[in-house]
Design a protein around this ligand. Structure first.
Ligand code: ADP
Length: 482
């Protein structure tokens, strides 16, 4: 690995400010999805090391909480600055373990860092309130206090940003955190720990434990010391973790699966809609929870949109993310390939028409061709399940009411997108869509300044924005009799 700073590539876990191996001495090999070659190993940790991390996070807490928000801000801004300065190395580590093209990785580094900057600043504005007393002698004061020791379990599709989106508000609020990164992408998390160490974040405040997801998750969920869990991943695992957290009544943030509709109305700017659809569908090879999963196009523009969309998708270059000309890297693993294949087979068996792609890319490995299918219907898997890959199914619709029903006909409610110009239609549709986030005339909606999160089976809580900080704070009300 050609890093400018080779110390960013860490093959040990980070607990209590120390780089550690597993108690068992076991480690796991991490491979590059682009080549299937080994990148290195990480410790295969389990319950004992997780407990150690929890204890160190608990011990470190009081001094961190005692600092002023401004003192914590100063440390966090050094962390932010170090991330920005090391963008190229962090992007390379990410591309090697995750597969996304280098430009996307570098963009994620900036996005990940933005949460640290945002929350470092925002923590200075954790205002309480005073409430007029309910009796003449009563004074009521409300304050917000850090929740304490927190934990994060994160996915592989955004190996840095899904960690900073949780760790930044936690640390800024005065909490400590134990992170269990995704097994496929531990090195981005460990590089982040290295930079946290250099920034002067005290030992025990930010810990990264690699290894057995179930064993680590069980200890984090059942611990009475851990007062909050933030998870990003599948709904199935989110449901399990929520159940495991119930006995200790933890505060939860759950960012789960999506099934985003992308709607193009007759009056839309079709070129803009094509560009938005490309971004919303094929970013990260279709492996984001806000990726467009179902493309609905009104009958008046379906031929025009489809023709332009297919032409644009045909231009996307599939290849190793290290190659600067690649637009789409490999999928994360063979399961991801199987899922895309099963959705395509199912759609074609139920009458869909293949317009582009449809199979493994000639490059081989985990590469898959960008695929477009028209004539999609609600009977198909693509209508109800998240594909999480480069498959764009096009559904036709006639009326506004019909497409709102189709779009909302899902258990999920994370992101939705639509393209239209009529202002009353824009209001009507944005209000009717049962999703936590709606992109109107844009295919990109993620930013640290806005509340990211879903409704229904897409989860609980919001990340980013001032609301993201509240997830790491408890409200306390003091009633004073004078
Ligand atoms: P994906 O399908 O995106 O990999 P998962 O929900 O399976 O999503 O994984 C997201 C994160 O949850 C990963 O860090 C994974 O290791 C972790 N995870 C998966 N199963 C469990 C579990 N039973 N307990 C704790 N963490 C888990």
């Amino acid at each position: 690995m050609q890093l400018r700073d080779s110390n960013l590539f860490r093959q040990q876990a980070y607990i209590n400010g120390q780089w550690c191996d597993a108690v068992s001495g076991e480690s796991t090999v991490i491979t590059n999805p682009a080549t299937n070659e080994s990148i290195g190993t990480v410790p295969e940790m389990a319950a004992e090391e997780t407990q150690l991390a929890i204890t160190s996070a608990q011990v470190a807490l009081s001094q961190w909480q005692a600092k002023t928000a401004k003192e914590r801000q100063q440390v966090l801004l050094v962390w932010y600055q170090l991330i920005i300065e090391n963008t190229n190395d962090l992007a390379l580590i990410m591309t090697l373990e995750q597969g996304k093209p280098l430009t996307e990785s570098a963009a994620e580094v900036g996005y990940a860092a933005s949460f640290i900057q945002w929350f470092a600043e925002e923590a200075k504005r954790v205002y309480g309130e005073t409430i007029p007393g309910h009796q003449g002698d009563k004074r009521i004061v409300v304050t917000k206090q850090p929740i304490g020791v927190t934990a994060a379990i994160t996915p592989w599709n955004f190996p840095l940003a899904m960690i900073t989106r949780k760790a930044a508000p936690a640390l800024a609020a005065g909490c400590s955190m134990i992170v269990k990164p995704a097994p496929d992408t531990p090195y981005s998390a460990l590089a982040l720990a290295e930079l946290a160490d250099r920034a002067g974040i005290p030992a025990g405040i930010f810990n990264v434990v690699t290894g057995d997801a179930k064993a680590i998750g069980k200890v984090l969920c059942s611990s009475k010391t851990v007062r909050k869990l933030s998870f990003t991943g599948s709904t199935a695992v989110g449901v399990k973790l929520m159940a495991q957290c119930a006995p200790t009544m933890k505060k939860l943030s759950l960012e789960l699966g999506g099934n985003a509709p992308f709607i193009v109305f007759n009056d839309a700017d079709i070129d803009a809609a094509v560009e938005g659809a490309l971004q919303a569908k094929f970013r990260n090879a279709g492996q984001t929870c806000v990726c467009a999963n179902r493309i609905y196009v009104q009958s008046g523009v379906i031929d025009l949109f489809t023709e332009k969309f297919v032409a644009a998708v045909a231009q996307l270059k599939v290849g190793n993310g290290i190659d600067k000309s690649s637009d789409i890297g490999p999928l994360i693993n063979s399961n991801a390939i199987s899922k895309v294949e099963s959705h395509i087979q199912d759609a074609l068996a139920l009458g869909g028409e293949l317009l582009l792609g449809g199979s493994n890319h000639p490059v081989g490995g985990y590469y898959f061709e960008p695929t477009v299918i028209k004539g999609a219907t609600k009977a198909m898997k693509v209508a109800t399940e998240e594909t999480f890959g480069p498959l764009a199914p096009i559904f036709e619709f006639e009326s506004v009411e019909q497409v709102i029903n189709m779009a909302n006909d899902t258990d999920f409610g994370l992101a939705a997108y639509f393209y239209a110009r009529d202002i009353s239609l824009v209001y009507q549709v944005s209000e009717a869509l049962e999703f936590g986030m709606v992109g109107v005339n844009t295919g990109l909606i993620s930013t640290e300044v806005a509340p990211f999160g879903g409704v229904k089976s897409s989860g609980l809580g919001r990340e980013g924005s001032r609301h993201g900080l509240d997830e790491y704070l408890e409200m306390k009300y003091v009633c004073l009799a004078v």
